[in-house]
Write a protein that binds this ligand. Structure first.
Ligand SMILES: *Cc1c(COP(=O)(O)O)cnc(C)c1O
Length: 305
């Protein structure tokens, strides 16, 4: 695609860095950088390089995410992998990956790779139920345990279940880390690292003064523009920003979308789909989804050809 029709997608690593620094200052405990799903679509390797000196380690879901990104080449910090389902223990050791384990079988398989105990406090997946905890602790001296908590009550249950049986504990992602009672020895932010760190801009490839019903849905338009991003890229109806003004993506087709415009907006003008003027929060609000869904989706809108 020629340069002037291309969608521009910028990942601001300096913003991710300042997010990480401000989290660490605010919470006063270790920060484990959550870089699963290619750092929510921002690029695992470059995020790791950008904040390696700020964090104490990393979290991914599958060990192969860290292996494929060759994370151990750019960071010497340990990586917790939340779902080591079919990996080879030697490979984990080689890549400094500490697998989360939650059954005695897993523990036996991964004992040589410093496993971390995942404790279930309500998520009911990838973690050890309270009833099995004593048998896990009897089978191995774990130095570290964590839970994936969505609510404060789950953190309270975690505190009670863990007691003083571990050297290092963590429970909070972005939503709970500002509550001091949820911090323990570390926090595991994902989305909080990436807020305000992505800009996606795409040009108007057509501009029309509307007459009569427009598009598939027959919406009213005094003036509208077309962009070359559609639902095949993940785009949905929502906010955008053109020439200093908030506008709307009013209708989305397979590979293009309609944007409301002002009378002075012209062919080739840039439409901001995410950035300083269009926040993840505002997109998530319109889409009725989490900021995590909004970010991973918008990163596909930006990257897919
Ligand atoms: C994804 C994830 C996080 C980070 O979640 P955010 O809400 O994006 O901060 C933390 N811990 C675990 C175990 C996760 O899977």
């Amino acid at each position: 695609m020629s340069e002037n029709l291309a969608t521009q997608h910028a990942i601001h690593l300096e913003t991710i860095r300042s997010n990480a620094l401000s989290i660490r200052q605010r919470v006063g405990v270790d920060v484990i950088g959550v870089v699963k799903a290619d750092a929510y679509g921002c690029g695992m390797r470059r995020v790791v390089e950008a904040i390696d000196d700020i964090v104490s380690g990393w979290y991914v879901l599958h060990p192969r995410e860290a292996i494929e990104a060759r994370l151990s080449e750019v960071s010497s910090k340990p990586v917790i992998a939340g779902a080591p389902l079919d990996e080879d223990v030697d490979e984990l050791v080689r890549h400094r990956i500490r697998p989360a384990v939650w059954t005695v079988d897993m523990l036996r398989r991964f004992e040589r790779s410093e496993p971390v105990l995942a404790i279930d406090t309500g998520m009911q997946r990838f973690a050890c139920p309270a009833s099995m905890l004593d048998s896990m602790i009897k089978a191995h001296r774990f130095d570290e345990a964590f839970t994936h908590a969505a609510r404060r009550e789950q953190v309270d249950l975690f505190r009670q279940l863990a007691g003083n049986r571990f050297r290092r504990l963590h429970a909070a992602g972005s939503a709970l880390m500002d509550d001091p009672a949820c911090r323990f020895n570390a926090v595991r932010p994902g989305i909080a690292l990436y807020r305000s760190a992505v800009t996606i801009i795409t040009p108007l490839v057509e501009v029309r003064d509307g007459s009569g019903p427009v598009g598939y849905s027959g919406f009213e338009s005094s003036r509208h523009g077309i962009i070359l991003r559609g639902f095949s890229h993940g785009l949905r109806v929502g906010p955008c920003f053109v020439n200093g003004k908030t506008q709307r993506i009013v209708e989305v087709g397979m590979q293009s979308a309609y944007v409301t415009l002002d009378k002075n907006d012209q062919l080739g003008d840039q439409v901001e789909l995410l950035g300083k003027n269009v926040s993840l929060e505002s997109i998530a609000g319109e889409w009725k989804c989490s900021e995590q869904v909004a970010l991973t989706t918008m990163n596909r809108v930006g990257f897919i050809e």
